[in-house]
Unconditional design. Structure first.
Length: 375
């Protein structure tokens, strides 16, 4: 079938549930509640936010581990929810524990993964069980769970619509003579009519790309994602090569060697004052198997690409606003890079140089993002 892969995705998005595979080493427990309230309860008890540990002792398997060689232990949960029945959910929890290693066999200091002993997982599931039992009769909590279920359905419907639009694009590709334009300055207004006083339909950002449908005087009529069209001043855009610009975006968003494994929003609990106590987007990444021999500078290149790409996504959405972006590397070298959204915006728009921008960011530890000096 010509578009079999997309049809399969569409079918998956519409299906009520898909049987999940077991996570290796996970602690498993079932709860007599559907997925939305279980997920809401996990969010309320802070299950999706990692945190520091006072020590590895009591939380990790210390066989062949010298605790004195490890500093700044940290953990975050990998959680999988599997609907077993309309009112039954299997919860799988795996704690990823890591710490800064300075042992004698290390060529250079860096984060190393340490096996959890199960205490963190069982503690989380105990707190989840207690929360669900205490809150299941609370009216405010029930309303929250209902809202979570509705939001989950809305997200599924939105994802289905996006896949359907993608299918329509594949079935009706643009003609060979189609013209595309790219926005090269910030805050370009796409209006409902070719008039500076007309209402704004979309506020475009740098690197946004549109198909030009009509040229009328100083204005261009452009096609908008999701259907419909709008008008933009021709002097605010430049002609773009679709194939080349697509490759540029891919290169910028996905630096070879690293893979995004999870994203979530929450309060920044670190000590960096620019984001302390503020809401941030957390992006968890790890090497994809090809990054072992990459220079340290490639990690910084990846961080900058994630800052730029996620900023563009955030600037196009009014939902779940955040004040910063945090990229967390889950590998032996470790490292956390954080940037404030305003600083990222000034950098993307060109009013802040790259070196000036990096000085405003938090790179912890700095050595994880810098080349080692030549010996």
């Amino acid at each position: 079938m010509r578009h079999g892969w997309l049809c399969a995705l569409l079918t998956a998005a519409c299906a009520p549930a898909i049987q999940a595979q077991s996570m290796r080493g996970a602690v498993v427990r079932e709860f007599p509640f559907p997925v939305p309230p279980v997920k809401a309860a996990l969010e309320n008890i802070g299950a999706y936010s990692g945190s520091r540990l006072p020590s590895l002792e009591g939380f990790a398997n210390l066989d062949r581990v010298n605790v004195k060689d490890y500093q700044r232990p940290y953990y975050e949960f990998r959680i999988q929810l599997d609907p077993k029945a309309p009112h039954q959910t299997m919860v799988q929890v795996k704690a990823n524990v890591s710490a800064w290693y300075t042992g004698p066999d290390a060529p250079q200091p860096g984060y190393r993964a340490v096996e959890s002993n199960g205490r963190l997982e069982n503690d989380l599931l105990d707190r989840l069980d207690e929360y669900l039992r205490d809150k299941s009769a609370d009216a405010a909590t029930l309303e929250q769970w209902i809202a979570a279920a509705r939001q989950e359905r809305a997200d599924t419907d939105r994802h289905t619509d996006e896949l359907q639009q993608e299918m329509r694009k594949l079935e009706n590709p643009p003609s060979q003579g189609a013209r595309y334009v790219t926005v090269e300055r910030p805050h370009v207004m796409v209006r409902i009519a070719p008039d500076d006083t007309a209402a704004v339909r979309v506020k475009a950002q740098i690197d946004d790309e549109f198909q030009a449908l009509e040229h009328r005087g100083a204005w261009l009529r452009v096609k908008l994602d999701g259907g419909g069209d709008g008008w933009v001043r021709a002097g605010q855009v430049v002609d773009s090569d679709v194939e080349a610009s697509t490759e540029t975006r891919k290169e910028r968003a996905f630096v070879a060697g690293f893979k995004v494994i999870r994203e979530n929003t929450g309060e920044f609990s670190g000590e960096w004052q620019r984001l302390k106590g503020k809401r941030a987007l957390f992006v968890w990444v790890r090497p994809d198997g090809t990054a072992m021999n990459l220079p340290t500078a490639s990690r910084l290149q990846f961080v900058q690409s994630m800052f730029r790409e996620r900023y563009r996504q955030i600037s196009h959405s009014s939902r779940d606003s955040v004040e910063g972006i945090v990229v967390i590397f889950m590998d032996q070298r470790g490292g956390v890079a954080a940037g404030g959204l305003d600083d990222i915006r000034h950098w993307v728009e060109g009013s802040l140089s790259q070196s000036g921008f990096l000085k405003k960011c938090s790179l912890d530890p700095p050595g994880a993002f810098q080349e080692s000096p030549a010996k």
